[in-house]
Design a protein around this ligand. Structure first.
Ligand SMILES: NC(=O)c1ccc[n+]([C@@H]2O[C@H](COP(=O)([O-])OP(=O)(O)OC[C@H]3O[C@@H](n4cnc5c(N)ncnc54)[C@H](O)[C@@H]3O)[C@@H](O)[C@H]2O)c1
Length: 225
């Protein structure tokens, strides 16, 4: 089977009712992103940051995967598909995708503020005073701005081996995620689905831009494949 790698961003979850980040003028659900997605923001106001992710986690329960998520699952009938997502939601998993790598962490997990490898399932709220087994405070398992991206080297290896790269719903502004497409082998076809595609035709050799929302763009892509 040919290997397809799919890089997804907030745009694929937009039609499920989860707001993207750039479309809201750099605010994430009304918050300055550095307030809620940086170690400095957490140090300054941990309660606000915990509340923010507790709300995002609650919101997840009320939303569902959309047809773009489900169409990616259908691709598995004909291709070896790996999804590398910047999203912290679990909509790819809930749709049924079998291989999903979360570059920026997962809402439904918590982790120790000290031991980065102490990661726990988390479906409820994280509160001040919730501790890991060694007594350190828990925080959301989210990669914040300025933090290392532990899954990056795995993601690079996966992209380097793909036969087809699909990119859906990302503004290509958050690094190093945005540089992943640079690791494809020469001439690997790239399909870029986004209503406002932030990609230059001259940058990639074999690029097809589908300027559509994710659900429609996935149908177009499946016809083309
Ligand atoms: N669902 C989530 O998990 C979620 C939501 C918001 C932000 N974030 C975090 O914030 C960062 C945001 O970076 P990003 O590049 O993923 O998102 P972004 O918000 O920077 O960009 C969103 C992109 O989605 C496109 N878009 C909007 N509606 C769309 C639709 N219906 N179909 C397809 N595309 C659509 C926009 O044109 C834009 O290019 C990520 O690191 C991510 O972890 C995650």
């Amino acid at each position: 089977m040919k290997k397809i790698v799919v890089l997804t961003g907030a745009g694929i979850s937009a039609e499920s009712g989860i707001k993207t980040f750039r479309d809201a003028d750099g605010l994430w659900e009304g918050h300055d992103v550095m307030q809620v997605a940086s170690p400095e923001g957490f140090a300054k106001n941990p309660q606000l940051v915990l509340n923010f992710y507790n709300q995002r986690r609650k919101q997840l329960i009320s939303v569902k995967p959309n047809s773009a998520h489900f169409d990616l699952v259908k691709l598995e009938n004909d291709y070896d598909v790996t999804i590398i997502t910047q999203n912290v939601d679990d909509l790819h998993e809930r749709a049924g995708s079998s291989k999903v790598v979360h570059l920026h962490g997962e809402l439904i997990k918590s982790r120790s503020v000290v031991n980065t490898d102490k990661i726990y399932d988390c479906i409820g709220d994280i509160k001040i005073g919730d501790k890991d087994t060694q007594g350190f405070q828990l925080r959301p398992h989210i990669v914040w701005f300025g933090e290392a991206v532990p899954m990056l080297s795995k993601a690079i290896d996966i992209v380097a081996e793909c036969d087809i790269l699909i990119i859906i719903g990302t503004s290509m502004q958050v690094y190093p995620a945005a540089s992943l497409a640079d690791y494809i082998m020469y001439n690997t076809p790239i399909y870029f689905i986004d209503p406002k595609p932030a990609v230059s035709k001259t940058k990639y050799n074999n690029l097809t831009i589908i300027s559509e929302i994710a659900t429609k763009g996935m149908k177009t892509l499946m016809e083309q494949l």
